[in-house]
Design a protein around this ligand. Structure first.
Ligand SMILES: [Zn+2]
Ligand SMILES: [Zn+2]
Length: 321
């Protein structure tokens, strides 16, 4: 029987659920009162995971033939099947994941899908389940097209994408400290090579020092190479969540809130240039815009349409100070 790569994450579900059970039990013993799990948050995360898995299964049906077109007609190389080509595929996809992830934090259209993953104020293994069914609409799949052009077969592309995401489940935890911090530990090198719980906790934080950092999928070398790496500082605990907090546990609202907000913003500004900014500027553009709208009176708000004189675009697009 041939293994269906698209079902890889579902096949790993028992491992994921066992980890969640262990972590909830462990944290209740070691950090009583910290309430690092909540039923409502965990159930919402689980519902989001199921919705995303169903949507993904359908989306692959449409996307795999597109990869096949690039593979069949435009590939520049033909790899001999084996461990070497698997290693090449793994490294190439992990680099593209870094690019995709960084773009997802800098382009609102992509952020509208990715924000779902960041919108919980808790950080535990179940946070990894918190995914958006809108990734195929946002265009995540486009980032893997170069793999087909490089000569990797479509099914292998799907498998490596899911292996990468499967690995990332294990970095969503507060139960594991920074590797190498304990005297005598020989695991410190892991923090230099791989995405780890410590590194990914930073990624989920909205502290000024941490926000929009550590985009790694599996290998953290990309963050270190491209200047987006920040160390977890024990003197500054992470504050999890997003700049404009989301006050709901309803999976559909969590999934679509940023798309709705983007549509509202795009409708409320005048001129193609500003409408495009509402869709594709960094997410901080929207946060600044909303802050400005909140600061204005209702009357002003009606005229808060942005124009050359009232140039919100001049606001810093950066989310860091
Ligand atoms: Zn992210
Ligand atoms: Zn994450």
């Amino acid at each position: 029987m041939q293994f269906d790569a698209e079902l890889l994450l579902l096949a790993m579900a028992p491992v994921f659920l066992a980890c969640i059970g262990w972590e909830a039990w462990h944290l209740r013993r070691t950090r009583p009162g910290a309430r690092l799990y909540s039923w409502r948050d965990t159930l919402c995360n689980a519902a989001l995971a199921l919705m995303q898995q169903a949507a993904d299964k359908l989306a692959w049906l449409a996307i795999i033939p597109v990869y096949a077109v690039f593979y069949d007609h435009y590939r520049v190389y033909t790899w001999r099947a084996g461990w070497l080509s698997f290693a090449e595929l793994f490294v190439a996809q992990d680099l593209l994941y870094y690019v995709f992830h960084r773009c997802s934090h800098r382009v609102r259209w992509l952020w509208a899908a990715h924000v779902v993953h960041h919108s919980s104020e808790r950080m535990n293994f179940s946070t990894a389940f918190r995914q958006s069914l809108m990734y195929p609409v946002a265009g995540m799949w486009l980032f893997w097209v170069p793999l087909a052009v490089l000569g990797f077969p479509p099914k292998q592309i799907v498998a490596i994408v899911l292996i990468n995401l499967g690995f990332q489940f294990f970095v969503h935890t507060q139960a594991i400290g920074k590797f190498g911090n304990r005297a005598g530990s020989k695991l410190g090198w892991l923090e230099y090579a791989f995405n780890t719980p410590s590194i990914h906790r930073v990624h989920h934080a909205r502290n000024d020092r941490y926000i929009d950092r550590n985009y790694a999928g599996v290998l953290v070398v990309w963050d270190r190479l491209f200047g987006s790496y920040v160390d977890e500082d024990p003197r500054e605990p992470s504050v999890y969540g997003i700049v404009e907090p989301l006050d709901t546990y309803t999976p559909l609202k969590v999934t679509f809130h940023e798309w709705a907000s983007m549509a509202r913003d795009s409708a409320s500004v005048h001129g193609a240039r500003y409408k495009l900014r509402a869709l594709f500027a960094p997410p901080a553009w929207a946060a600044d815009y909303h802050a400005r709208l909140r600061a204005g009176s209702t009357a002003t708000l009606a005229h808060a349409t942005i124009n050359e004189n009232n140039d919100i675009a001049a606001f810093s697009a950066r989310r860091r100070p």
